[in-house]
Every structure is written in C-alpha cells, then in structure tokens.
Ligand binder design. Sequence first.
Ligand code: ADP
Ligand code: MG
Length: 434
Amino acid sequence: MNHIEEQCSSTEFTNWIEPIRKIAVHEDRVVLEVPNIFVQEYLLDNYREDLLVFLPVTPDGEPSIEFLIVAQETGTYKNVVLAVEEPPLGDLPTGSFTLNPLYRFETFIEGPSNQFVKSAAIGVATRPGKSYNPLFIHGGVGLGKTHLLHAIGHKLKEQNSRLRIYCITTEGFINDLVDNLRNKTLDKMKRFYRSLDVLLVDDIQFLQNRANFEEEFINTFEALIHQNRQIVITSDKPPTQLRLSERLIARMEWGLVANVDIPDLETRVAILQYKAEQKGLRLSQTIAFFIAEHIYHNVRQLEGAINRLNAYCKIRNLDITEETVETSLGELFHISSCKKISVENILRSVSTIFNVKVSELTSTTRSKHIALPRQVAMYMAKELINDSLMKLASAFGGKTHSTLLHAWKKISGQLMKDEALRKQIDMAKKSLEA
Ligand code: ADP
Ligand code: MG
C-alpha cells in the first residue's frame, strides 16, 4: 500500500486504493475486500506487476488474490468523479461507472496505430450526436479502448457540465438490468437510460451469449440513436466477429467502426518515455528502445514494465541501465529476448505440431491438410512478429499481404469456437519458447 501510495496521485489513491481491505493472508493467496469489480480491475490493471513482486503467484503467472466484493452502498466514494453528477431520475443505477481521472486525450500518446481512432473520438466528443453515431472502437486488450472511451467522457464534461453522460461496462449494464428486474423497477431504469445525452459502453463482447439482455440493450440503443444521442461502444473484436444478433451488429455498424492497433516501435518508445516521466523517472532513448523492442503486444504491459522497473530501482537505489532493465524485466520480455521469433521458427514449430513439412507450408499446394497449418502459421506470424504484413507474407513463399490477412481473420474466427485448434496453437507457441 505505501509503495503504491508513492506511485499515484492522492485522488487516485483515495478513490481506488484506499477502499481496499486486507482480509486474510494465506501462504498461497491473499484475500482482499473491494467495494466493486472496478476497483479490483483497477488494481490488477495498474499494479499487477508490483503485486507480482511480493504476492504469491498462480500457475498462470497472475498475482494470487481472492477478491471479495462488498455489497455496494451508495456514498462510499468521497471524491470520485461521477459521470453523472446529479442523478437525473432518482438514484443512479447500481452499475454506474466512474471516469478514470488519468484517461484523457492529453495523456493518450498518438501514433499511426491509433491516430484515426483518436481523431474520431475527439470528433465525437466535440460534436456529440452529430459526427458518427455510434462510434464503435475495437482492438486487442490493453491498447487503449477504455482510455479513449473515458477521454470522450472527460472532454464532453469539460465542454458542457450539464450533459448527461453515462459510462458503463457491459457487465455493469447487465447487472443494472438484473437488479431492476428483480426490484421490479425496469421502467425507472428505462427512463434513466433514455434520458441520457451520451452513453459510453465498454466491452460489448460481454453481451455475447446473453441473448435475454441483448434485447433490452438494442431497445436502449435504438431509443437513444433515434433522438441523436451519442453512443460510443468498445469491443475486443469488430462488430461482424461478435456473436450477437444480426440486428445489433447492423446497428453497431451504422456509424463509424474504428480500430486501435498495436503501436509501432516509435510509438511504444514515446509511450514508455511519457509514462516514465509521469513517475519522475528518467529513461534514456537507448533504454526506452531496448524495452520497447522486447515488449510489443500492448500498452498495459509497457506500463507494467515501467512500474516494475521503478520499484526495482527505487528499492535497491540503483540507476536505470540496460543491466537493471534486464534483471528486473527479463521475464516480461517476450520470447524474443532469448531468441528472436522469425517466420522460420514459426514454420518449424507449426510443422512439428501439425505433422507436415516446412516446404509444404511455403508451397502453393491447396490441399486441405496443408492449408490449415499454413493459415495457422500466418496467424501466428501476424500475432507474434511486429513486422509489416507484406514482409511477413513474402516469407511464406511469396504470398501477398491479403492472403496473410485473410488467414489471420479466418483463424481468429475459428479460435473462438475450436478448442482443439486453440490447444494446437498454444502448443506451437510453447515450442517456440523451448
Ligand atoms: P483496453 O481497454 O483496450 O484493454 P486500456 O484503455 O485499459 O486498454 O489501456 C491499458 C493501459 O494502457 C491504460 O492504463 C492506458 O492508459 C494505457 N494506454 C493505452 N494506450 C495508450 C496510449 N496510446 N497512450 C498512453 N497510454 C495508453
Ligand atoms: Mg478496456
């Protein structure tokens, strides 16, 4: 706690960290009480790496914490910026969500991977209901979707504090619905949602397989859109890849669909330097490049690296050098720290797992038993190697980038339904590390 207190601003500390209570410490786990799921997520999102330093670790490398969520009472939070300042119609629905004070446009580092989506988000925040409606933001984990969503909320609020903005996770929406159904207050909930000027919905993928909640979501959605009220939705996949009704998918594609991609090396360096500066840490250009070259899947990991490096060097009173970076972050570094992943390595491990020849994978054979492993290898290349699609594709015996993209899309889609395939790919990844 004391360590975390040093790391964050005092409002951040009061809002997020202070409400956490230690309930028990066992050899294999600690039990913490949190007021709601958001505090739990906040803790894991922002301090995972620090927690890993001194807490027991689960077999899959997560801090071993059991969270107990206390029944929510209103008014537990003193200083939280509520998206809606005055409850417009009676109480705020229970799933209300607060805007993270750190997630602003000013703190969002721009690069080719996110320029388009950032400017779309600014557009929506400047002219709500008038530019793109809905704005649908999708992309992989830890790439800044929630950050952008909250940034829209902050900017809207700054421009017009009377706007009724409501920011909610899809889980929160479902919980709201469940509570209101139970309390027979559905009408009140409907009135509340339909009175909003702006609805910000995070992680819509959690509506998948929840058909009975989807209906109410669509109704809310349509009611708002028809009155030109702005809706912004985030998701880990584009609309067409979500297992949701065609009706909802079509609605979500009405406005603008924009993607946040993995940042390129220069942007990762800029993010690292920005985050380090925020913590009062000096990172030389060389060190920033060194870290950014090894951590490339998402921004949350970059943040984790900075937190860990900061803790490591402060506790031991060490300077940040390539050596301290390697000892403190070594295990976070992607496999490439011991061996740079190349298309060749991937081809080799896929050929072993699927029992085909490397030469067959790079050939033009269209036979089915080759086509699948070939697509898997292409999928893995796009996922694991940070290089242009064109370069990657040419390493597959001169295929085009659209072939590679097609393979990636196909396998990504299949992975959701095909457990066996997922296992095979995991095995192929493991054999890369070996
Ligand atoms: P997602 O919702 O896509 O999983 P988040 O929005 O939670 O990702 O982002 C993960 C972390 O990375 C957050 O702390 C966020 O502030 C940070 N982050 C992501 N992208 C950027 C960026 N471009 N500039 C600065 N910080 C970023
Ligand atoms: Mg998110």
